[in-house]
Design a protein around this ligand. Structure first.
Ligand code: PBG
Length: 334
């Protein structure tokens, strides 16, 4: 039996670098700051704010409250927000025409926020799902059951132009149609909107973790989850995600995004290694929901778990993170 008091002859004792708060701070490799975070904001046309059942602590706000919420986050140091509308069912149709209303909810919100806080960066999604009655991001052909790529891209170009004219800083195509980044870039430039950037949802996977978001914008259809596998990526595929990122870069994206974030850290890290563009990651609704739900049950420490989830995304290589924890990070409680 070894003598328990006998010293091991170790050349290295890595624990020396973990022994005190001081040394732990000095050797820290990644720090999460408020400047890394983008806050998604859900808005609706009117009425009192509603909490999203599957995303406790996250609300749908009427336009005035949504603006105030955005300004409050800005005052606390958040430099960018992303707007997501919940459109009344009565205004949805199969073509998502409400997406092209220059006086619609999102253009109005963009104008209002940029008017009141020009320094706050405003990002708006480009995709049809908040506006279609079938919940798909593109035009759905009921005869073939297909999502029509090129016809959708034409609409997305128009949508991006309307958002650009309203004053948005970045449009964020989240639809995964082929060729939309190049087409949107060209259409913005044609409209003298060179200043508007394109943040491409480059590697967006067909994830089960989007469920709560679909509750939030009212695009959930039935019990199961809407099948977007003809345009979003197979969660099993890494190379395909890298190729999509490369194509979006070639088509002129200013920023690339990987989504979801936590379950796809390998994709983040590999895209990071292959591009010089800034890289965003979207910690999606289901990632938020699982941490919050476990914390509410007393099974996880909310503060520690959410911070760990975010620093891991940064460590993987993301420069910026879309996260529903942004308000909590800046101490905003509703
Ligand atoms: C839709 C869109 C989705 C999200 C952002 N934009 C959902 C989807 O593709 O169904 C998901 C965000 C989240 O889950 O937090 N174009």
């Amino acid at each position: 039996m070894a003598n328990p008091s006998e010293k091991l002859a170790l050349r290295r004792r890595p624990r020396r670098l973990r022994a005190s708060e001081g040394i732990r701070r000095l050797i820290e490799e990644h720090v999460l700051t408020v400047h890394d975070l983008i806050a998604p904001i859900f808005c609706k046309e009117a009425g009192l704010r509603e909490e999203i059942e599957s995303m406790p602590g996250v609300f749908r706000h009427n336009p005035e409250d949504a603006c105030r919420f955005a300004l409050e986050l800005y005052e606390r140091g958040i430099c960018a927000i992303a707007l997501f509308p919940c459109i009344p069912e009565g205004k949805k149709n199969s073509h998502g025409t409400a997406a092209l209303d220059p006086n619609g909810l999102v253009p109005w919100m963009v104008q209002e926020i940029k008017g009141r806080a020009p320094g706050l960066l405003v990002i708006a999604d480009v995709a049809l799902d908040p506006y279609t009655n079938h919940g798909h991001d593109g035009l759905w052909n009921p005869e073939t059951g297909e999502i029509e790529n090129d016809a959708t891209v034409h609409l997305l170009c128009e949508m991006a132009r309307i958002l650009g004219e309203a004053g948005v800083d970045f449009v964020a195509p989240s639809d995964m149609m082929d060729g939309r980044i190049g087409a949107i870039r060209a259409s913005l430039d044609d409209a003298n909107l060179e200043r508007v950037g394109v943040l491409a949802y480059a590697a967006k996977f067909a994830s089960a973790f989007y469920g709560p978001f679909r509750d939030a914008i009212g695009s959930r259809r039935g019990k199961g989850y809407l099948d977007k596998r003809t345009y979003q990526l197979n969660p099993a595929n890494l190379r395909e995600g890298l190729l999509e990122a490369q194509m979006d870069e070639e088509e002129g994206a200013d920023i690339l995004m990987v989504k979801p974030a936590g379950p796809y850290l390998d994709v983040i890290s590999k895209v990071r290694a292959r591009t010089f563009l800034p890289l965003a990651a979207y910690q999606v609704s289901g990632e938020y929901a699982q941490i919050v739900a476990a914390a509410r049950n007393g099974w996880l420490d909310l503060e520690a778990a959410y911070r760990e989830s975010l620093v891991a995304i940064k460590r993987a290589g993301a420069d910026m993170i879309f996260t529903y924890f942004a308000p909590l990070f800046v101490g905003y409680t509703v």
